[in-house]
Design a protein around this ligand. Structure first.
Ligand SMILES: [Zn+2]
Ligand SMILES: [Zn+2]
Length: 272
């Protein structure tokens, strides 16, 4: 069984109300060896119906992580990082955040949540397009720009995040429809020697695959990608290590034999 989770949120993220200590206790109970908190940091997040800032109090976050690390050091290895939400105009802002706080973190996830001032989580993004495929294509084009403007990260989060929110009826995903926009993203990740995250929230959202889906993971392997990280993107204790039992067979079938886990930004390779 996989006993690490490198993508977790608690009440330091504005879309979770789970106290961090509750998540730690759930992880101990679940027999996890190590977990890494990756709270949301999304500078310049657009206004939403429910006002969410997606920024953290960096110092309070640090203090609570250190307190819990010390308290539970004999029971679990606690790590912490951030999930940084990038937009093409935020290169400088993200560089400033990294210069100020980056040293504290074990692990940074590079995520694209906001495209053209809209988070696809809300309906307005897809509503702006007649063709959902065009909306999805645009997401990957923006992601490539985001990867170019900020490079101090270890893994790329939920690469096909956009597909979670395509309104019904969803058209079946066919890689060839998006090849010209996803191939450059995958090649960029490989050339930069970064990792691709396998995020089991896809299963939580009732999708057939984790994020990204098997066609994207297969293509990543074909292009020479080997490095993956694994996380549940859990926002509540019952989402920790979500559906992890499905992962080893799923990933081995696609040609992966190990995954990486980062401590102080140094990778540890763990066989599947
Ligand atoms: Zn995310
Ligand atoms: Zn997340």
């Amino acid at each position: 069984m996989i006993r690490t989770d490198s993508h977790l949120h608690t009440s330091f993220s504005s879309d979770s109300d789970t106290p961090m200590e509750e998540m730690v206790l759930a992880a101990i109970l679940a027999g996890m060896e190590s977990i890494c908190f990756t709270e949301h940091v999304d500078p310049d997040f657009p206004d939403t119906e429910e006002p969410l800032s997606f920024m953290i109090d960096f110092d309070r976050y640090e203090a609570e992580c250190q307190r819990l690390k010390a308290k539970y050091s004999d029971r679990i290895c606690l790590l912490h990082g951030i999930e940084l939400g990038i937009q093409p105009h935020l290169g400088q802002d993200c560089a400033e955040i990294y210069a100020r706080y980056g040293d504290r973190y074990d692990f940074i996830i590079h995520s694209t949540h906001v495209v053209d001032r809209l988070d696809p989580y809300y309906g307005a993004y897809f509503a702006a397009y007649d063709d959902p495929k065009a909306a999805i294509r645009n997401y990957f084009q923006v992601m490539l720009k985001n990867l170019q403007v900020f490079r101090d990260y270890q893994t790329v989060g939920h690469l096909d995040y956009i597909c979670r929110y395509e309104p019904a009826p969803r058209t079946p995903f066919v890689y060839d429809d998006y090849k010209e926009v996803i191939d450059p993203v995958l090649l960029h990740i490989i050339e930069e020697d970064k990792c691709l995250e396998v995020n089991t929230a896809g299963w939580k959202y009732g999708m057939e695959d984790p994020n990204p889906n098997r066609q994207i993971l297969k293509r990543y392997r074909e292009l020479g990608g080997r490095k993956i990280t694994i996380g549940s993107d859990g926002h509540a204790p019952n989402q920790l290590a979500y559906d992890y039992h499905r992962l080893p067979d799923f990933l081995k079938e696609l040609g992966f034999d190990s995954y990486l886990f980062f401590e102080k930004k140094e990778p540890r390779e763990i066989p599947l």
